[in-house]
Ligand binder design. Sequence first.
Ligand SMILES: C[S@@+](CC[C@H](N)C(=O)[O-])C[C@H]1O[C@@H](n2cnc3c(N)ncnc32)[C@H](O)[C@@H]1O
Length: 255
Amino acid sequence: MNEESRAVAESYDYTVSEYVASEPRLAAVDHAPPIPDYLQDTYWWAYLHPKALHFFEREWVVNLILWGNMRKLTQAVLGDLNVQPNSNVLQVACVYGEFSSLLAGHLASNGSKLELVDVAPIQLQNAREKLAGHQNVGFHHQDSSALAFPAAKFDQTVVFFLLHEQPEDVRRKTIAEAIRVTRPGGKVIFVDYHGPRRSNPFRYVMKLVLTWLEPFAMDLWRQELPAFMPDSVRPEQLQSEFYFGGLYQKIILTV
Ligand SMILES: C[S@@+](CC[C@H](N)C(=O)[O-])C[C@H]1O[C@@H](n2cnc3c(N)ncnc32)[C@H](O)[C@@H]1O
């Protein structure tokens, strides 16, 4: 384990051996991922700065950012998390508010586990504190575009509002990795922005906000999400739902 991995382990309040045990490949590979450039350059104020956590880590703030749709979109994911007892579910990237807590509680009811990945140590530490009351959650310091998990490890995978934050090449890798680590017959659930209908009055304000603050998000307005999926994905594997006049989408991919 290199110094960076050791520092991360200590910052999580794990013992180093607990950390290695939770992610066995760390023992063999020094792969603690660096913070990606787009996260550092474009999103430092939202996810990396300690004051960001104080501001954003409230359900009402994330609900406001999603125009009151946070609970509805969370329920849309929970409704599709109908896993068998003792299943493993992956959440790719932390989410502010109660999202992970609701997922963990839902999965605990039938003995299933939630594994949570994030590339930012400060976000993982925050999630550990926030989810301390849940015994069925694991934490992994990994980059979504190069996951360290073996193929087909998870029964379901959830990617909630991550793809719009990533440049196209990273987004494509994240999608491919989410599919790779989900078992055949399992589901990958993507929830993210989408180009709203022309009649949607939020269209114009959101175009300004996203262009200013979240420049990669406009990709998801211009193209449908399947355009960023591997060529091997067939249309019959996909099921789409749209919310709030088309501003949000949920796509379920059956692997
Ligand atoms: C899921 S997204 C946005 C979620 C939503 N907007 C919210 O309310 O939190 C934010 C998270 O993605 C993480 N993230 C961004 N790029 C990542 C990557 N390449 N690998 C893993 N996590 C990543 C950030 O560190 C951050 O914790």
